[in-house]
Design a protein around this ligand. Sequence first.
Ligand code: ATP
Length: 210
Amino acid sequence: MELKLSQVSKRYQYEWIFKNINLSIPSLSHWAITGSNGSGKSTLLKCLTGINPLTSGSIQYFDSGKEIKGEDIFKSLVISAPYMELPEEFTLLELLKFHFKFKIPSENLNLEEMMDILYLKPHQNKPISQFSSGMKQRLKLGLCFFSKNKLIFLDEPTSNLDEQGISWYLQLVKQFSKDKTLFICSNDPKEYSFCPNEIKIEDFKVKQNL
Ligand SMILES: Nc1ncnc2c1ncn2[C@@H]1O[C@H](COP(=O)(O)OP(=O)(O)OP(=O)(O)O)[C@@H](O)[C@H]1O
């Protein structure tokens, strides 16, 4: 997937969060979206995924050169973020079955293999509401990387993960992100140091809020 950002700008009430982002995002490129707390990383992610509307400017999406429009954009991407809730009443197995009714699995993985990679097989019949925060985080990342979608957005990917969980995340990225366009919102370099490209939100701030 390729993206073309033209004059992308977002304002909440009287506060400009970022203004005039012009960028071409080539297919299969990996990007870190960085900035201090409250700078606007999640806001940019929500704009790029279509969750939030832009105040001005436009974003175009292309798959193999063909422009994708409307709700098809949402079908083409996957998101893992603290504000994206999992359906807590489902068991793990029910959730995986449900998710992969709508998404195609990558590398022909079956549900058993997915649960193995997640280290969650013993918990397959447990409701998500009884998962620890780290287990939920591994599951959110797995749902993204195990889907064939070519556009992945991760917001704070290692939140709630311990050292072992962080190594697991880095391994997951290595194995599953080669054929994807990837964005990672973070201010922790260990989450994104493998990304060759960076969008620094502070570069798109206006000096004076009007
Ligand atoms: N729905 C909203 N309405 C009004 N202001 C908002 C809204 N969402 C976010 N903001 C404001 O936009 C700014 C950027 O918030 P955002 O969550 O994008 O920052 P962030 O860089 O992701 O922060 P963090 O690193 O703490 O997660 C903040 O000042 C925040 O209060």
